[in-house]
Design a protein around this ligand. Structure first.
Ligand SMILES: Nc1ncnc2c1ncn2[C@@H]1O[C@H](COP(=O)(O)OP(=O)(O)O)[C@@H](O)[C@H]1O
Ligand SMILES: O=C(O)C1=C[C@@H](OP(=O)(O)O)[C@@H](O)[C@H](O)C1
Ligand SMILES: [Mg+2]
Length: 175
């Protein structure tokens, strides 16, 4: 099984994904890390030099490759759902969990981080609200499961996701 995490920047895809992969004893891939290895530079620099569309082309290629693996946990970038090809590939080839968060919550988490090029604007909270309004329907259309991430800690979220997968018969029930 490939388990994919989607959601807003700061929703916890990379953090929850890593812990979930340990729990499920599956390899972990973060598409942003794979992209950075391939580009040989931070995403932020590539965005500045080549623009968003060039980044989305590389992202689409990397997601297609990662979603064709045998079994793994896959953390995507927040904009992975923007392309129809990614939405279809992820929904058809993997089990997709949407880590849903409010714009205010993710703003609290990422406001001091300079590595997210889309949020380097005068009013990042307003930007996050706009991005959430645009993307929430796309996240929902791509996901098989939706998990609210506002309050729970990362280990609790891992438990919630495992429980959902067990209930859906995708993991064996606990002994
Ligand atoms: N459930 C949570 N509760 C508290 N902090 C969290 C939670 N999920 C993620 N974080 C923190 O928020 C920040 C962004 O998380 P990250 O995993 O990088 O998000 P994403 O990959 O979705 O952009 C990190 O500092 C992480 O430790
Ligand atoms: O929301 C986006 O469009 C992006 C989110 C980032 O990933 P995170 O969601 O892990 O921050 C990264 O892929 C890139 O900066 C673009
Ligand atoms: Mg991430």
């Amino acid at each position: 099984m490939i388990l994919t995490l989607i959601g807003m920047p700061g929703s916890g895809k990379s953090t929850v994904g890593r812990q979930l992969s340990r729990r499920l004893q599956l390899p972990f891939f973060d598409s942003d890390h794979v992209i950075e290895q391939r580009l040989g530079c931070p995403i932020k620099d590539y965005f500045a030099r080549e623009g968003e569309a060039a980044f989305r082309d590389v992202e689409e290629q990397v997601i297609a490759e990662l979603a064709s693996q045998a079994g793994c946990v896959l953390a995507t970038g927040g904009g992975a759902v923007l392309r129809e090809a990614n939405r279809r590939k992820l929904h058809e080839s993997t089990q997709v969990v949407y880590l849903r968060s409010s714009a205010e919550e993710v703003y609290r988490r990422v406001r001091h981080n300079q590595n997210r090029p889309l949020l380097q604007v005068e009013d990042p909270l307003a930007r996050l609200r706009t991005l959430l309004a645009e993307r929430d329907p796309l996240y929902r259309a791509t996901a098989h499961f939706v998990i609210e991430t506002g309050r729970p800690s990362v280990p609790t979220l891992v438990n919630m996701i495992v429980m959902q997968l067990e209930l859906a018969g995708l993991l064996p029930p606990p002994p």
